[in-house]
Design a protein around this ligand. Structure first.
Ligand code: NI
Length: 141
């Protein structure tokens, strides 16, 4: 990448039981990794991310996908107010009218890991929201 600093690489040795290594090699091949190292690095990043997000550490970016029945109670009104109350964390929304009653919405969120998780839980808990799934990442890994 132009302008980016050269990243130093440190080598480590990892011991595997043959059975575990064989299964891991199967995963490396099925996912199309060029090397075991690249696969291990991705797994480590993923686990660090999961651990830090679940501990509420740092800033996250992510999406909350929800499905709701817009005919149910005042769900549309509540969703709108919730998003305006947290306008600094809701960067964008995509709304699709799935059928006569159901709406699919994808919210792009950014903020502290704990706050984003709480906001997602609060939205998920609104009566009429039938499904909600939060996917988060760090702004950089
Ligand atoms: Ni709709």
């Amino acid at each position: 990448m132009p302008g980016s600093a050269t990243t130093a690489i440190e080598r480590v040795g990892i011991s595997f039981e043959p059975e575990l290594l064989s299964r891991f090699d199967g995963l490396v091949e099925s996912r199309g990794y060029a090397s075991r190292s690249e696969a291990i690095r991705d797994l480590v990043r993923e686990e660090l991310l999961r651990s830090e997000v679940s501990a509420g550490i740092g800033e996250v970016v992510g999406t909350l996908t929800i499905l709701y029945d817009h005919e149910r109670g005042d769900v549309t009104h509540r969703l709108l107010h919730m998003q305006h109350d947290h306008h600094a964390r809701v960067l964008s929304t995509l709304h699709v009218h799935v059928d006569e009653r159901n709406c699919l919405e994808v919210l792009v969120l950014r903020g502290g890991a704990r706050e984003v998780k709480r906001l997602a839980e609060a939205i998920r808990a609104i009566k009429g929201v039938l499904y909600g799934q939060l996917v988060t990442s760090k702004p950089s890994l």
